[in-house]
Write a protein that binds this ligand. Structure first.
Ligand SMILES: *Cc1c(COP(=O)(O)O)cnc(C)c1O
Length: 396
């Protein structure tokens, strides 16, 4: 018999700390309303910000491409897996982001790990915001470069780290929109500091791409910056675009280097071509249907004003990510369960995803939510908080 005792003790510990994670099995397509484990729930924790994951045109594009190109891509991009559809999507993304070239990756996680580990190595320095996404952190660690984290959105801390670590090439890495807090990085200032130090600058815009900018170009355009200010741009398709995969956009030299040196690009099967076709269809909707961003913005405003009316403590976020920090992991879990009992799905986000003591309900809004559904969320939050206060005072 295999001895699993070190695993069982880690699992027990996680359980005791109220940090064990569970999966909800969803039985319907992504939309404002889903059925999970037989229960009908209003979904307020998906990243399908523009309501495109289940859009008829995106579905049709996927179906038609599957008929013509089949399902599997058969090989990696460098062998025989790079189809015409992948290539068209790369060209569309380069044009949309105003860059020379773009390169597809199968997931955002792989794009981030691939870019960082291809660009820097032992002897270089990676400087990351404390709240950067796990995939960026992992890329930094894997690269072998010296790894340092600056205080969240703190220019003074970033500058100090740049001065402290001056060996080799410096690479500054930040989320455009922070995934667990919803706030936006001060990209203009970061770009200035990067230039002053001749550091490379990479922005992971997983949550800004599609949502921010006049046509959904993302945080860089929203900040009024040009491509040369943010030379390395990563965007993902699993969020606002409603499909799956990711891209890196930038200069010819950057993209050619990634094709040659990014191991998560080279040693993996290309995404199904039909996914590229679906993403192209989705990209067109992102570019042309401004009403989706406007509706999302109205839902965000409605939620924020309603929540502050209820006396809830909101974070500095103008984006679709509207967390309510509860603090304690157990308390966050309890609130999430109380919401679920009222038909609202909002997962509790706990350490190690967020720092200890900042467990939260990560509420996300989408253009697919109606005004009435946002009201329902607010009413349920009010109920859940009342119940929670009664329960916790009984416990104390
Ligand atoms: C979701 C996310 C990723 C990972 O993208 P996937 O395509 O889901 O692998 C990377 N960075 C950030 C900031 C994210 O939120």
């Amino acid at each position: 018999m295999t001895d699993w005792s070190r695993l069982t003790s880690r699992l027990t510990q996680r359980q005791q700390q109220q940090l064990i994670r569970q999966r909800n099995t969803v039985e319907t397509a992504q939309s404002a309303e889903i059925i999970s484990n037989g229960e009908k729930l209003l979904n307020f924790c998906s990243n399908d910000y523009l309501g495109l994951a289940n859009h008829p045109q995106v579905i049709t594009a996927l179906q038609q491409a599957a008929v013509e190109y089949g399902v599997g891509s058969g090989a990696s991009h460098l062998v025989s897996g790079h189809s015409k559809l992948h290539h068209e999507l790369e060209e569309a993304l380069a044009e949309f982001t105003g860059r020379q070239r773009a390169l597809l990756f199968s997931t955002g996680y792989m794009a981030n790990v691939g870019v960082i580990s291809a660009l820097v190595e032992k002897g270089d320095v990676v400087l990351q915001d404390k709240l950067n996404h796990a995939s960026l952190i992992d890329g930094g660690l894997l690269s072998g470069a010296r790894f340092t984290r600056y205080l969240h959105n703190d220019l003074a801390s970033l500058t100090q780290k740049l001065q402290q670590h001056q060996t080799g090439q410096q690479l500054i890495v930040t989320d455009g929109v922070f995934s667990m807090d919803g706030d936006i990085a001060p990209l203009t200032d970061i770009a200035t500091v990067a230039k002053q130090h001749s550091a490379w600058l990479m922005v992971d815009d997983a949550h800004g791409f599609g949502c921010l900018g006049p046509n959904g170009e993302g945080s860089v355009t929203e900040a009024g910056l040009a491509a040369e200010d943010i030379p390395i741009l990563v965007g993902t398709f699993g969020k606002a675009l409603g499909t799956s995969g990711a891209f890196v956009a930038g200069d010819e030299v950057l993209i050619e280097s990634l094709i040659q040196f990014a191991r998560p690009y080279i040693y993996t099967t290309a995404m199904p071509p039909a996914i590229a076709a679906a993403t192209l269809a989705s990209l067109k909707l992102v570019q042309t249907e401004n009403w989706r961003r406007e509706k999302l913005q109205r839902n965000i405003s409605q939620f924020r004003s309603g929540a502050s009316h209820l006396g809830l403590q909101l974070m500095e976020s103008v984006t679709a990510i509207q967390p309510i920090v509860v603090g304690d992991a157990e308390a966050a879990l309890m609130l999430s369960q109380q919401l679920k009992a009222q038909g609202i799905l909002v997962t509790a986000i706990r350490p190690p995803t967020v720092p200890v003591g900042t467990s939260r309900l990560r509420i996300t809004l989408s253009a697919s939510h109606s005004e009435q559904q946002v009201n329902q969320l607010l009413e349920s939050l009010e109920q859940a908080c009342k119940q929670f206060k009664t329960t916790s005072s009984r416990l104390n």
